[in-house]
Design a binder for this molecule. Structure first.
Ligand SMILES: [Zn+2]
Ligand SMILES: [Zn+2]
Length: 334
């Protein structure tokens, strides 16, 4: 019995044709083999990774999805523009989908739960599925009222294309390959780790109804998003690293911007939230430790499904002819 296979819905299918641009960006990275690695190109690649990752975490995630701080309308547009140049679709699409993820975390309705839909689906399969293509406007009414954001959301391909063209004219084909294709591919997978790996590897400090983890390595790659268990426990804070050792570069930059009065009202967790784990009973702590194991969760799901079948077979045993094999034997044979 294969109960540990991901529970994809029948319409959870990949549209390969529509995914050609997404996969094409990956394929274009192969040109590094012919253009080599000029230091200036590699530097531009890294700089654009950091700038656009910042747009995604400080903008798409903390501002547009969670309203974790305030800013003016001009800077709000700049945030959306920088993040849109990451080629991760439109601002309203991204934030609305993300709000949905928090509402349904690791339930069967979660668009990208590794627990229910498997690693690859949570990492990138869902992006290539036509089912999730449309913006869920009902979930993002607060920002959908700005016409400039609706425009960016609709023409989300413009900023990344403009960036690619600019890189080509500034530094030629090699800068296009490194600065756009390699950088954007790294950015994709850096961001996607939060949907996949952050729900699989790491530690859990807080009790949440999902499998979110805190992971320092993912926090470095994503400028602070790897403190994902903190984040799932209390979503609306501008910082996701809550202790001094939890490095959160996005938050440090927001702090600097707040001194410059570009952003304001950065929300941070109260002590009650931050230290809630200190009140956990030893049983709760033990449960938290045990639940950090993703593979353990998969195998317990498998066992639960097997138990169900066993019970059903045992219940049916009374009605079986005496010549039929015992229920346990039936189970083993599958
Ligand atoms: Zn999550
Ligand atoms: Zn979030």
């Amino acid at each position: 019995m294969k109960t540990d296979t991901p529970a994809l819905a029948p319409d959870d299918k990949i549209n390969w044709l529509a995914s050609i641009p997404f996969l094409g960006i990956h394929a274009m990275c192969l040109f590094v083999l012919s253009v080599g690695a000029k230091p200036v190109d590699v530097l531009v690649c890294l700089a654009l990774y950091v700038i656009r990752m910042w747009g995604v975490t400080a903008g798409y995630h903390r501002y547009f999805s969670h309203r974790a701080y305030k800013t003016n309308r001009v800077f709000q547009f700049i945030l959306a523009l920088v993040a849109t140049s990451s080629a991760q679709k439109g601002v309203l699409w991204w934030a609305a989908n993300h709000r949905h993820h928090h509402r349904e975390s690791d339930t069967e309705l979660d668009i990208h739960s590794p627990l229910h839909k498997g690693f690859w689906w949570s990492h990138m399969g869902w992006i290539m599925c036509p089912k999730y293509e449309q913006t869920r406007f009902e979930a993002i009414k607060d920002f959908a009222r700005f016409p400039e954001l609706r425009f960016l959301n609709r023409f989300f391909l413009l900023p990344p294309i403009a960036l690619a063209v600019a890189l080509y004219f500034i530094g030629g084909f090699s800068m296009l390959v490194w600065g756009f294709f390699v950088s954007t591919t790294l950015l994709y997978h850096g961001t996607f780790t939060i949907n996949s790996l952050s729900h699989i590897f790491g530690n859990r400090r807080y009790r949440t109804t999902d499998t979110s983890k805190n992971n320092w390595l993912l926090a470095l790659i994503t400028l602070g998003e790897g403190w994902h268990n903190n984040h799932h426990y209390y979503q609306n804070t501008a910082n996701q690293g809550w202790f001094w050792w939890e490095v959160d570069i996005s938050y440090y930059s927001l702090k600097v911007l707040s001194w410059m009065r570009v952003v304001s009202d950065l929300r941070t967790p109260s002590d009650q939230v931050k230290y809630a784990y200190k009140k956990y009973t030893p049983e709760m702590q033990a449960e938290l430790k045990a639940s950090t194991d993703f593979w353990g969760a998969v195998s317990s799901r498998k066992k639960a499904a097997e138990d169900k079948v066993r019970e059903a077979l045992e219940a049916a045993a009374d009605h079986l002819p005496t010549s039929a094999p015992a229920p346990q034997a039936l189970l083993k044979r599958q």
